[in-house]
Each structure stands twice: as structure tokens, then as C-alpha cells.
Design a protein around this ligand. Structure first.
Ligand code: MTE
Ligand code: MO
Length: 390
């Protein structure tokens, strides 16, 4: 397996066949990740092709997920892009259309934001009846520090016109959709942001993840990062930004990654956007055996897109009574907060049902039941964890 070669010799091998196009005497660009294997041993494989890999949430430790443990969600074959010939174009309703090289992008700024990415399908395996899509447990969520250029700076250079209402982001990955309804031919992954969201200071075109050039699986050379929104908005392998004058209705925000919203007595199909308030128990895991009479530290994380987490409660009696947990770190929108609770396990053997429930500063409380208008997405209801005391 290629991953077994030491990294250095692997890069040399990869570089040997490359024409030294503006790369100096080295013959390859050390930032080139086009040959990097995208798979990661620390992750749980949910699907091989396209690559869908789950983070081991029970290994939660600290609020940053190491790159090797960060979940991977892809819809099509993972592109192999290299920094030497990658371009980002900015077009549509702009005064100055742009074609940016990788070096242009790096030269436009360096801004770091911490953000939790959660796939809107995270926790899907717990739905009854079963719902279509990748059967994620609790690990389609991870947190990193992202470094890149504020999107607003790129849009400013391009000179957005006043009639622009949304920005559409296109990835270099493409393929055919199998489940109907679907278009007649292959399409690229794409998603849009309303202008107001796109101009927020923490929305980035990121080129680094936890201080490393963006790994291939996470969108190398550059991706969008939209803190506080379901990660489907954070388009990887970014190649084109289009300023449009009417709302975009692409596949990944209408047929897929959308839900039914009730408004004015109507039911409307709308793209899913903000992360819904949610907490998860990392430890204990399902059916873990716990010594009777011991003190067990229940540990987990909680997040919300709209505002910071203000409270997480734990129940050890199946939801009858709730106890406040100890919250670590800061209360910030779009970034998870670790928490723990010392549970005095009963002295007599038997089953116990643990639950956690988060509240954010806007007063949103994690629900106990499933909202059917969300179908197979936005799964934030309280999940019971049954353990065995013995
Ligand atoms: N170009 C592109 N961008 C994409 C996707 C994709 O398949 N192609 N998947 C989206 C979804 S649904 C998620 S959850 C996140 C996953 O980001 P990660 O793989 O870095 O964790 O990327 C988003 N951006
Ligand atoms: Mo996702």
C-alpha cells in the first residue's frame, strides 16, 4: 500500500515524473498534494468509493480534531489537483473578473478561524425507520483551525455589483447522481451562499487546516469554510465563484441537503443552513460495561450554529431527571464545546440509559423527538446511550 512508504520518499517518487513547470530545480512543489493518498487509517470506513470516512468520536480529546482523525464526506471521486496549475476564477456580476493562482491566493491574506464541521447526515444510523444515505454514527463531526483569505476580500477585489444576491461555489469534483430525481448527465458539486452570509468576516477560502496545507481529502488546494452552517456549504476543491443575480437552485440545495419549512401556512423546500443545537456523548459508548459503584466521567461535546452553548445537562435515568455538566472552553457559535459529568454509577448491576441535552445562548434546546420535515438530515434529537452496570 502506498501509504506505507515514508512520506518523504513518497513525495520524491511522486515528483520524479513531473515536468519542472516553474518549480525551480527541485522538480516538484512540496505543496503539491495531488498524489497524496486520501484515505486515513484512524478513521472508520463507511464507504470506499466515493470516500466517506467517520471520525472515532469516542476518542474525543481536546477541542481540535487532528487532521488524520477528521471525518471525510465526498460525493464523487476525490480530485487530484496540484497547486502549480490550479486556478480560482471569480465571475458573474462583478466589475473585475479574476483568475487567481495558488500564490495569488496565499498573497491575499492569512486569517485563522476555528470551526466545527458537521455533516447534515451525522447520526443518521439512529433514525427509525432507517433513512437513505451514508449510515453515520456520531463521527461525521470534527473541529479544526482553518487558515485562508476572507471571502469578502476576494469579492472586494472582484468588485461585486449591486445586483448580486448570492455567490455560487463550484468544486472541481463531478459525477453522476444515481438516485432519482437527477439531472441527465454528470454535474460538479456546487452550493451557494446568500450575499449577507458570504460577507461575514469569518467565511474563508481556506488553504490550511490545523497549520498544514489543506489535505487532499479536505479540498486541496482551497475550500470554502462557512462557520456555523452544515458542512455541505463548505465547498471543497474550489475552482469557481460566480456572483449571481437570482437565488441559485442547484441539486445540493434543493433535491439534496434541503428540508421542508413551514411558513405562512405553506410548506416550502429550502436549503439547510445553520447547525442545529446538539450534544453528543463520547464516553461511555453504546453498551459499555461500567463497574457498579464506580465514579465514571461522562464526556462529550456540544455545538450550535446560531450562538454559543450555554448549558449541557445529562440524564442517567432515561430522561426522568437532568443534571448540569461542567462546560469547558468558551461559548462561541459554530465551535463545539467539550463538557463532562461525574456519574456515580449505581451499586447494583443493571442497565442504565444516559442522555445529554444542550441549550444555546439564543435559548434553543436540543429536542427529544425527531422532526419529520427534516427527513434524513439535521439529526439533533437526544440520543439515548444504554450501558451495562456490573
Ligand atoms: N466539492 C465538494 N465539496 C464538499 C463536498 C463534496 O462532496 N464535494 N461534500 C460536502 C459535505 S456534505 C460535507 S459534510 C463536507 C465535508 O468536509 P470534510 O470532508 O472536510 O469533513 O464537505 C462539503 N463540501
Ligand atoms: Mo455533509
Amino acid at each position: 500500500m502506498e501509504a506505507m512508504l515514508p512520506r518523504r520518499s513518497f513525495l520524491k517518487l511522486a515528483g520524479a515524473g513531473l515536468a519542472p513547470l516553474g518549480l525551480g530545480s527541485l522538480g516538484f512543489d512540496s505543496r503539491d498534494r495531488s498524489q497524496e493518498p486520501s484515505s486515513k487509517a484512524a478513521l472508520i470506513t463507511r464507504q470506499k468509493e466515493p470516500e466517506n470516512l467517520e471520525s472515532p468520536f469516542s476518542a474525543l480529546k481536546g477541542d481540535i480534531t487532528p487532521n488524520e482523525q477528521f471525518y471525510v464526506r465526498t460525493h464523487f471521486a476525490t480530485p487530484r489537483l496540484n497547486t502549480a496549475d490550479w486556478h480560482l476564477t471569480v465571475e458573474g456580476s462583478v466589475d473585475r473578473p479574476l483568475v487567481l493562482t495558488y500564490d495569488d491566493l496565499l498573497g491575499m491574506g492569512r486569517h485563522t478561524v476555528k470551526a466545527t464541521l458537521e455533516c447534515a447526515g451525522n447520526s443518521r444510523v439512529y433514525l427509525t425507520p432507517p433513512a437513505r444515505g451514508v449510515q453515520w454514527e456520531q463521527g461525521a463531526v470534527s473541529t479544526a483551525e482553518w487558515t485562508g483569505v476572507p471571502l469578502s476580500a476576494i469579492l472586494e477585489r472582484a468588485g461585486l455589483r449591486h445586483d448580486c444576491v448570492e455567490l455560487v461555489f463550484e468544486g472541481a469534483d463531478s459525477g453522476e447522481i444515481k438516485d432519482p430525481p437527477h439531472p441527465g448527465a454528470a454535474l460538479n458539486f456546487s452550493r451557494s451562499l446568500p450575499l449577507k452570509k458570504a460577507l461575514e468576516a469569518n467565511v474563508l477560502v481556506a488553504y490550511e487546516m490545523n497549520g498544514q496545507p489543506l489535505p487532499r481529502a479536505h479540498g486541496h488546494p482551497a475550500r470554502v469554510i462557512v462557520p456555523g452552517w452544515y458542512a455541505v456549504a463548505s465547498v471543497k476543491w474550489l475552482k469557481r465563484i460566480v456572483a449571481v443575480t437570482t437565488p441559485y437552485h442547484g441539486y445540493f440545495q434543493t433535491i439534496d441537503y434541503a428540508y421542508w419549512r413551514h411558513e405562512n401556512g405553506f410548506v416550502e423546500r429550502v436549503p439547510l443552513t445553520e447547525l442545529q443545537v446538539k450534544s453528543q456523548i463520547a464516553r461511555p459508548v453504546f453498551r459499555e460495561q461500567i463497574s457498579a459503584g464506580s465514579t465514571y466521567q461522562v464526556t462529550g461535546a456540544a455545538w450550535s450554529g446560531e450562538s454559543g452553548i450555554s448549558q449541557v445537562d445529562v440524564s442517567v435515568d432515561g430522561g426522568k431527571t437532568w443534571n448540569p455538566t461542567r462546560l469547558l472552553g468558551e461559548s462561541k457559535a459554530g465551535i463545539w464545546r467539550l463538557w463532562n459529568y461525574n456519574w456515580q454509577a449505581p451499586s447494583t448491576p443493571g442497565n442504565a440509559t444516559l442522555m445529554s441535552r444542550a441549550t444555546d445562548n439564543a435559548g434553543n434546546v436540543q429536542p427529544m423527538t425527531r422532526d419529520l420535515d427534516r427527513e434524513n438530515y439535521m439529526i439533533n434529537q437526544v440520543i439515548p446511550i444504554e450501558v451495562e452496570v456490573r
